[in-house]
Design a binder for this molecule. Structure first.
Ligand code: CUK
Ligand code: CUA
Length: 867
C-alpha cells in the first residue's frame, strides 16, 4: 500500500515537473543538441551564468601586462568590467589627455624621460590584519621600475612612484599585513647608481635588492622619503612575499642567478639561460625588514644613492637581518602560508615545491647555525634543516594559492607551467590530491583572497600564457586565456575560458565584491586626484572666460545636452585651458570632451571637474563636442573654438540673402511649439500621477530616476520666463528657440519618467505564475505583439479586458486564437476586421500554449490599472 502511494506521488510529481518545465526542457534539449553541449557543460554554464542585472560575488584585479593597465572583471561570470589607466595613456578615461591625469603619468617619468608604456606584473590589495580591506590597489611595472597606487573609491590611479635605484623590478608589489609597507624586489642585477660600470665588474658593482616602501593606508600614498632599499647580491631577485602572523616583519624573496652569470652569446659564450641555470640551487633571501626599517632611520646605517636611503649588505649582516636559504634550481613563486608558519617555494626548473618551516628557520638563525657564507658574507642556512617537506608536483611549478582548508588540510594549489596543470596538494604532508589540465602553460593562478590570511576558496583562475586553439582565429597574435576552475568539489571542474585582448596578465588578485564600496558620483566640483575642490569648479550661471596675458581660461559646465560656453574665439598661439564641471547628479550620466585636432580628451563623470590645456597653435575653426552618447541630443552637445591669427587681416564674407519669415508665420510657429509643449506636459503629468499613485518613493532605483527626471523638469520655469520676455519684447524668433529648449527638457523628463514608470510597473505588478510566464512567452513567440499593444489600441484591439468582452470569454478567445478562420463570418469579427483593415491570422498556437496565453491575459486584467 505504502509503495503504491509513493509510486503515485512520484508519478504526480513527475507530471507536475514536466507540466512546469515541459516547454523549457524541450527547448533546452534542442539547444544542447544544436550546440553540442554536454550535461557537464550545462552545469558549468549554470555555475557561471549571471542573469541580466545580476552581480558577481568576487571582483578580480588583473595586471594588464604590456598594456601597462589594470583589468577588472567579475567572478564567476568572468565579465570584463573595466580597464584602469595606470602607466599608459587610456583615451576613454582621458588618462594622459587632460591636465590632471597627465600630472599623475608624469610622476612616472624616469630621469626626466617620459615613459608611455609599462609592463604590469603583480597587483596587490591593501590589507588590515592580513585581510583585504578594499581600499587600495598597487601594481608594479617591471620594465620601468615603478609602483602605482589605485584608489578603490573611484578605481582611479592616484600615484606613481619611480624606484630610484633599480633598473627593473619584478617581485612586487606586496603589502605587509597592515599595509604599512610595500615590498618591491629588483629583477635584473644592475648598478644601483646611474653610472656606467663594465660587465666585467658585475660581481663588484652590480647589485640586486628589495625596496621597502612606506605606505600611509589612511591616505593611500607611498612616502618615498620614509622608504629605503636593502642592498642584496646581484642574484636576480624574483618573486617575493611579505611575512605574516608568526613571521610578520620578515620578507622572503627568491632568486634565479646565484651563479652571477653575465651571458655574452655574441662573444661565443653560452647564453644567459645556460649560465643562470647551472647550479642545482639558488637562494631564498630571508630578511627582517622591520628591523632594517629602524636601522635605516639612522644616517650611519645607510648609503644615500640617488637621494634614496640604501642599507648596505654588511649592515644587514651585522645586525642579523639578512640570510640565505638554498632553494631548488631557478625557483619562481614564493608564498607564505596564512598563519606564517610555512614558506612554499616553487621549483620552476625542479619538479618540486619545497615547504620551509618558519620555526626551523628561526631556530637556525637564533643558534647561528650556518652552513656557510656566500661571497658577500651573508650567512647561509642549511636547506635540509630549514625544510618541512618537499612535494613532487610535476614539470615547471610556478605559483601557489591557498584554499580555505589550509589550516587543517594544508589546502594549496600550484600552477605547473610545463605540464599545463593546476595541482591541488597538502603542504602539511606534501601529498598530491588532484590535478586539473588547463590550456595552456599556466603562469600565476588566482584564488579568491587566496593570498591573504583568510582564503575563501570556491574558485581558482588559471592565468595561462598560451591560448593556442581555444578561441576563434584572429591572426597570429592570440588573446590571453583566463580559465575559471571550480574547487568546491573533491575534483576540480573547469568552468569557463575568458579571452583577454590585452597584454600578458601575470598576476591577478580577487576580493569579495561586498568589501568594495566605490562612489557613484563625485561631490560637485571635485578634483579626482586631490579629492579636494578643483580650482576650475564652475556651477550653472558662473560660466565665464578669463584672459591672463595670452592664457585663456574657460570656466565651463556640461550638462545634458549642452556645453557652456558654445563659442570661444582665441588668438593663434594662445594657451587655452578648459575647466569643465559636469553638473549632473544622475548615476552614469558621464560626458566626454574633446577639441577636434588638438589631441585632448577627458571623461567627466557626474560631479567631476577637469582641466584640459593646449596651445592653440593652428589657425582655423575647430568644433568641440561631448564624446559620450549622453542623451538623444548628444550630437547637438557641441561648440566651436575659433582660432584667428592676430597678424592677419580678414575680409568679411558677403551676406547671403535668405527670406525672413513674416510676423504671421512666426506667430503660427510659436503657437504650434507652445501647443506641442502643452501636449507633452500632459503626458508627463499623467506619468507623474501614475508614479505618485503607485508610491514610487518606496523603490529606491525608481526614486533616483524620478529625482533625475524632476531635476530636468525643474529647469523649464526659467526657460519659460525667457520665452515670455522675448514675446513681450517682440522677438518671436528667440521665443520659439526658448520654447524649443523647453521641449528638450520635457523630452528628457519624459524619457527618464517613462523608464521609471516601466520599472515601477515591474515592481508593483502581481508576480506572474509559471503558466502566466509561459503564456507571455507564447504571446511573444506567436507574434501577437506585432498587432496588439497592451493598454493601447494599436494595429489591433487593446487586450486589456478582452476576456470580459464576450460571453463565455475564455472559451471564445481560445477558439479565436486556435481557429480564427472559423469565426471570420461572425458580425463582431467582421466589424473589427473592417475597422483595423487586418484579419487575425492563425498563428498555429497549440492548445497548451493557448491555455497559457489565456492565463497571461488574466494577469493583464489583474494589473489593468498599470497599463
Ligand atoms: S611572473 Cu610568474 S608567471 Cu612576472 Cu609573477 Cu609571470
Ligand atoms: Cu554629453 Cu554627449
Amino acid at each position: 500500500m505504502k509503495s503504491i502511494v509513493k509510486k503515485l506521488s512520484i508519478i504526480a510529481i513527475g507530471t507536475m515537473v514536466s507540466m512546469t518545465f515541459g516547454n523549457a526542457a524541450t527547448e533546452l534539449d534542442k539547444v544542447m543538441k544544436d550546440r553540442g553541449l554536454s550535461q557537464s557543460d550545462l552545469l558549468a554554464a549554470a555555475k557561471t551564468y549571471t542573469p541580466s542585472g545580476g552581480r558577481d560575488k568576487y571582483i578580480v584585479f588583473s595586471s594588464g601586462g604590456q598594456s601597462g593597465q589594470m583589468l577588472v572583471y567579475g567572478v564567476p561570470s568572468m565579465r570584463l568590467l573595466k580597464y584602469i589607466g595606470v602607466f599608459t595613456p587610456e583615451p576613454w578615461q582621458g588618462w594622459g589627455y587632460d591636465d590632471d591625469t597627465k600630472k599623475v603619468l608624469a610622476q612616472g617619468n624616469i630621469r626626466g624621460k617620459e615613459i608611455t608604456w609599462g609592463d604590469t606584473h603583480h597587483p596587490a590589495l591593501s590589507e588590515t590584519d592580513g585581510k583585504y580591506d578594499g581600499k587600495w590597489l598597487v601594481v608594479n611595472d617591471k620594465a620601468n621600475p615603478r609602483i602605482a597606487v589605485i584608489d578603490l573609491a573611484d578605481f582611479v590611479t592616484k600615484q606613481i612612484v619611480v624606484n630610484p635605484v633599480f633598473k627593473s623590478d619584478h617581485g612586487g608589489a606586496f603589502f605587509t599585513p597592515d599595509s604599512e609597507r610595500i615590498l618591491e624586489a629588483c629583477q635584473y642585477g644592475a648598478p644601483l647608481d646611474n653610472n656606467y660600470h663594465p660587465m666585467e665588474e658585475y660581481k663588484e658593482t652590480y647589485r640586486g635588492g628589495v625596496t621597502v616602501w612606506k605606505f600611509d593606508p589612511k591616505i593611500g600614498k607611498i612616502e618615498p622619503k620614509k622608504s629605503f632599499t636593502i642592498e642584496m647580491p646581484p642574484y636576480m631577485q624574483d618573486l617575493s612575499d611579505a611575512g605574516k602572523e608568526v613571521c610578520d616583519g620578515w620578507g622572503f624573496t627568491n632568486s634565479f642567478n646565484s651563479e652571477m652569470y653575465t651571458g655574452g652569446i655574441e662573444k661565443g659564450l653560452p647564453p644567459f639561460e645556460a649560465g643562470c641555470s647551472r647550479n642545482d640551487t639558488d637562494f631564498l633571501h630571508v630578511y627582517n625588514w622591520k628591523k632594517l626599517a629602524e636601522l635605516a632611520k639612522d644616517d650611519k646605517n645607510v648609503k644615500i644613492i640617488n637621494n634614496h636611503r640604501v642599507v648596505p649588505m654588511d649592515v644587514a649582516i651585522k645586525n642579523n637581518a639578512l640570510f640565505l636559504v638554498p632553494e631548488p634550481k631557478s625557483p619562481h613563486g614564493v608564498d607564505v602560508s596564512p598563519d606564517g608558519k610555512y614558506i612554499v617555494v616553487c621549483g620552476k626548473l625542479d619538479t618540486h615545491a619545497t615547504v620551509y618551516s618558519w620555526a626551523k628557520i628561526q631556530k637556525l638563525i637564533k643558534n647561528k647555525e650556518y652552513a656557510g657564507k656566500d661571497p658577500y658574507g651573508i650567512p647561509i642556512l642549511d636547506m635540509k634543516k630549514a625544510m618541512h617537506c618537499q612535494a613532487e608536483l610535476g614539470l615547471g611549478p610556478l605559483h601557489n594559492q591557498f584554499g580555505p582548508g589550509w589550516k587543517d588540510n594544508g589546502e594549496i594549489y600550484t600552477s605547473l607551467y610545463v605540464d599545463s596543470q593546476v595541482v591541488k596538494w597538502d603542504y602539511l604532508t606534501c601529498k598530491v590530491l588532484d590535478r586539473q589540465n588547463v590550456n595552456y602553460n599556466i603562469g600565476h593562478l588566482c584564488g579568491m583572497e587566496g593570498k591573504t590570511e583568510d582564503p575563501q576558496g570556491e574558485y581558482i583562475i588559471a592565468l595561462n600564457k598560451l591560448a593556442i586553439d581555444r578561441f576563434n582565429e584572429i591572426g597570429p597574435l592570440h588573446p590571453q586565456n583566463h580559465q575559471l576552475i571550480d574547487i568546491r568539489g573533491k575534483k576540480m571542474q573547469l568552468l569557463y575560458d575568458m579571452p583577454i585582448p590585452l597584454g600578458e596578465p601575470h598576476q591577478a588578485v580577487a576580493i569579495r565584491a561586498s568589501k568594495l564600496h566605490p562612489h557613484v558620483r563625485y561631490k560637485m566640483g571635485t578634483n579626482a586626484f586631490t579629492g579636494k575642490t578643483h580650482v576650475g569648479k564652475t556651477l550653472a550661471g558662473q560660466e565665464k572666460v578669463v584672459r591672463k596675458g595670452n592664457h585663456v581660461y574657460v570656466y565651463g559646465t556640461v550638462v545634458r545636452s549642452h556645453i557652456n560656453p558654445e563659442h570661444l574665439t582665441v588668438n593663434k598661439g594662445d594657451t587655452v585651458t578648459f575647466y569643465l564641471t559636469n553638473l549632473e547628479r544622475a548615476e552614469d550620466e558621464t560626458h566626454g570632451f574633446t577639441v577636434d585636432q588638438y589631441n585632448v580628451h577627458t571623461s567627466l563623470e557626474p560631479g567631476k571637474t577637469v582641466a584640459v590645456t593646449f596651445t592653440a597653435d593652428m589657425e582655423g575653426v575647430f568644433p568641440y563636442y561631448c564624446t559620450e552618447f549622453c542623451s538623444a541630443l548628444h550630437l547637438e552637445m557641441m561648440g566651436y573654438l575659433l582660432v584667428k591669427d592676430p597678424n592677419k587681416k580678414y575680409t568679411a564674407a558677403a551676406k547671403l540673402k535668405i527670406a525672413k519669415m513674416t510676423p504671421e508665420q512666426l506667430k503660427a510657429e510659436y503657437d504650434k511649439t507652445v501647443a506641442t509643449n502643452t501636449a507633452t506636459d500632459a503626458v508627463i503629468q499623467s506619468v507623474v500621477k501614475f508614479l505618485k499613485d503607485n508610491h514610487y518613493e518606496k523603490h529606491n532605483t525608481v526614486k533616483n530616476l524620478v529625482t533625475d527626471a524632476l531635476d530636468q523638469y525643474g529647469k523649464i520655469a526659467e526657460e519659460k520666463k525667457k520665452s515670455d520676455e522675448a514675446v513681450k519684447a517682440g522677438d518671436m524668433d528667440k521665443a520659439i528657440l526658448f520654447e524649443n529648449m523647453i521641449w528638450q527638457y520635457m523630452v528628457k523628463t519624459a524619457d527618464v519618467g517613462i523608464r521609471a514608470k516601466d520599472l515601477l510597473v515591474k515592481k508593483v505588478a502581481s508576480p506572474m505564475s509559471e503558466a502566466q510566464q509561459r503564456g507571455h512567452s507564447a504571446y511573444l513567440e506567436g507574434g501577437c505583439n506585432g498587432c496588439h499593444v497592451i493598454g493601447k489600441v494599436s494595429s489591433g484591439p487593446d487586450l486589456v479586458g478582452v476576456l470580459g468582452r464576450h460571453e463565455n470569454g475564455e472559451k471564445w478567445v481560445k477558439q479565436w486564437i486556435m481557429h480564427p478562420e472559423k469565426m471570420y463570418d461572425n458580425d463582431y469579427i467582421k466589424s473589427m476586421t473592417n475597422y483595423f483593415n487586418l484579419r487575425m491570422p492563425n498563428q498555429g498556437m497549440s492548445e497548451d500554449q493557448t491555455d497559457d496565453i489565456i492565463k497571461y491575459l488574466k494577469w493583464i486584467d489583474q494589473n489593468a490599472n498599470l497599463f
